[in-house]
Design a protein around this ligand. Structure first.
Ligand code: NAG
Length: 405
């Protein structure tokens, strides 16, 4: 990421209609039932989701391919109902001496089983998985290994509930009527995509040409590949209802401004979920990160007029709605060697995972479909006593449900 440039967003404000789509509030019980982000997934040396990403992963190198196969394995083994794809391109860079460097974008999609791909509107959850080529050995834990792991967690957290919801809709005859937008059946055509972009970082210094290699190629490809005739949506770009980009997350006490008036409604849902999760003691970061990350902007100063150059730019330019979840100011470790696993604030990392999963559940309308989790007994204590109950041993399903504590 990226130099900043100023945009006169407030001046444009009245031109945008307010867009409020795709949201159902979640009950306290559902918030409580969403799976705890565990050390099993987030430990920096052994966590199944995070630790494989904490290696240098410069485009075109072995590290990059390793992380790519980590994503592929995860979806193939843990989330087989998700359809995965890659989109590839090559480009020369200011440091490649004329050689073409390969860029591989990875995405995994889950759509209602009855819906044709061109009829679905998706929440697209995005992070970049490449790491910066300098300084030598740079890991980019916040930039953006943690956002990638957070998105994997979110996908995993909602997967079963989504299956139940779609089975329920089918049983009630609410599915597959061939009707899409604007007729009250949007819910039957709502899907989700996890998108990991390559080549976000500049190789030499940030310019329009030396940055966003993967995002630029993908936005162009998606725009120029139409869906089949009679689809509700024109192409993959118009299939994106919201492009939710996470970046630079995992340091303590971030503050996330609202950058775009047209997606302030989604920002507000984030803020509300955050404060509810805090109030109900589902957040672990109270001590390291006590202030709200999302906040109600003061009247007359609603939007941050700074726009940060990031992977959303090529999509924004094509009319895509964007919610950019990136702190301002950037974390202290930004683009220096200290942006590694050891310098992460782990309670904050896990809270991002929980918050993102909750947002996804709200978007997908999963109220009533999230089942109580497995009972977990912390090592050396009763369930519910330890700060992080997820580090304990898992007992069998139904031994004692969380909601009974
Ligand atoms: C893109 O490149 C990756 C890595 O080399 C490869 O595994 C994948 O099959 C390629 N995808 C396509 C669509 O060609």
């Amino acid at each position: 990421m990226a130099p900043l440039f100023r945009l006169l967003l407030p001046a444009l404000l009245p031109l945008f209609p307010t867009l409020t789509t795709a949201w159902t509030d979640l009950s306290d019980e559902t918030l409580a039932r969403l799976p705890n982000p565990s050390d099993t997934d987030f430990d920096i040396t052994s966590g199944a989701l995070l630790s494989p990403i904490l290696i240098p992963r410069v485009p075109g190198t072995e590290g990059s391919l390793k992380v790519l196969s980590h994503f592929q394995n995860f979806f193939a083994t843990k989330l087989p109902d998700w359809k995965t794809s890659t989109q590839n391109s090559t480009a020369t860079t200011p440091t490649s001496n004329g050689a073409e460097i390969p860029f591989v974008n990875f995405y995994a999609t889950r759509d209602p089983p009855w819906a044709g791909g061109g009829d679905v509107g998706r929440l697209v959850l995005v992070a970049h998985y490449d790491s910066k080529s300098t300084p030598e050995g740079f890991i980019g834990a916040t930039d953006s290994a943690v956002p990638c792991a957070v998105l994997m967690h979110a996908a995993q957290a909602v997967d079963e509930a989504l299956t139940r919801k779609w089975e329920d809709m089918r049983a009630k005859g609410l599915a597959g009527d061939g009707l899409g937008d604007g007729d009250g059946h949007e819910d039957a055509y709502r899907g989700v995509m996890i998108l990991f972009l390559d080549g976000e970082e500049a190789f030499h210094s940030w310019t329009n040409e030396d940055s966003l290699y993967g995002a630029r190629s993908l936005a162009k490809t998606w725009e120029s590949t139409p869906h089949t005739v009679l689809s509700q949506r024109k192409n993959h770009i118009s299939s994106i209802d919201l492009f939710l980009l996470l970046d630079l997350l995992g340091s303590k006490s971030p503050t996330i401004p609202s950058y775009f008036p047209t997606t302030h409604w989604a920002y507000t849902h984030m803020a509300t979920l955050e404060s509810r999760l805090r109030r109900q003691n589902h957040f672990l970061s109270h001590e390291t990160s006590p202030n709200p990350w999302f906040f109600e902007p003061k009247k007359g100063k609603r939007f941050n007029s700074m726009m940060i150059q990031d992977d959303h730019i090529p999509f924004l330019a094509r009319g895509v709605e964007v919610l950019h979840v990136i702190p301002s100011p950037f974390p202290r470790v930004w683009h220096v060697l200290e942006d590694d696993g050891k310098h992460l604030d782990m309670p904050t990392v896990k809270d991002w995972a929980r918050l993102t999963a909750a947002f996804l559940a709200g978007w997908l309308g999963l109220e009533g479909f999230v089942e109580a989790p497995l009972e977990v007994i912390p090592v050396g204590g009763r369930a519910g006593e330890a700060e992080d109950v997820t580090s304990g041993a898992v007992k069998g399903r139904g031994v004692r449900l969380k909601t009974e504590l």
